[in-house]
Design a protein around this ligand. Structure first.
Ligand SMILES: NC(=O)c1ccc[n+]([C@@H]2O[C@H](COP(=O)([O-])OP(=O)(O)OC[C@H]3O[C@@H](n4cnc5c(N)ncnc54)[C@H](OP(=O)(O)O)[C@@H]3O)[C@@H](O)[C@H]2O)c1
Length: 173
């Protein structure tokens, strides 16, 4: 099972403004996000990301199994396309593996990303870097005690101002 993280970020590493708004990422970032999540067939998100997606009318993502992670009880009004889980990252991946998925698509936000990375459970990272600097906001990884190196798999220009970096996480560092 391979876990792929895909994030649209400001040039200084934020995924949203302090109020949770991430509507500033490019069309190309959204397109890449959808394509990769569709390819994996699933999309794992933290509760705040689920709430933001709901607010902006994206939730549930139609072509994927939507997995929402929260310690709270959230009513599932959507049916089989949505799973709400209060489980650690390893168990979420095991659940997806059991359902026959070979890749897991991690869709943020910063808190959930940090809980996966702390356990060494991210294999590949796509960063769509937007030409924006934010003075404050929500970081791609919430603060925690971790550090990891990556290898560059690929890079490309998505539009005149946006660059995509595709990394492989080096394991056993
Ligand atoms: N630019 C982008 O590409 C992009 C992508 C995704 C999201 N975003 C933005 O990121 C923002 C949200 O990020 P965030 O860091 O605030 O929040 P988040 O990671 O989306 O959600 C955090 C919440 O998820 C639950 N959670 C996280 N890890 C958990 C774990 N290991 N076990 C159980 N529950 C867990 C907890 O919910 P409970 O408190 O209910 O337990 C936690 O409070 C949104 O504003 C969204 O728009 C941007």
């Amino acid at each position: 099972m391979k876990t792929i993280l895909y994030m649209g970020i400001s040039a200084n590493g934020y995924i949203a403004k302090t109020d949770g708004n991430s509507e500033w990422t490019s069309e190309e970032d959204l397109k890449g996000f959808y394509e990769q999540s569709k390819k994996a067939g699933n999309i794992i998100m933290g509760k705040n990301t689920y709430l933001a997606a709901l607010q902006y009318g994206y939730f549930p993502f139609p072509d994927s199994l939507n997995v929402v992670v929260s310690h709270k009880q959230i009513e599932n009004k959507w049916g089989d396309n949505v799973i709400i889980m209060d489980k650690p990252p390893k168990e979420i991946l095991a659940m997806l593996e059991q359902k026959g998925f070979t890749a897991a698509f991690l869709a943020g936000g910063g808190q959930l990303n940090a809980s996966f990375v702390k356990e060494g459970l991210i294999d590949e990272i796509y960063l769509d870097i937007e030409p924006l600097i934010l003075g404050q906001g929500i970081k791609i990884f919430a603060d925690a005690d971790f550090e990891f190196w990556m290898e560059l798999i690929d890079f490309k220009k998505l539009n005149i101002n946006t660059i995509q970096l595709h990394y492989k996480v080096i394991k056993n560092q």
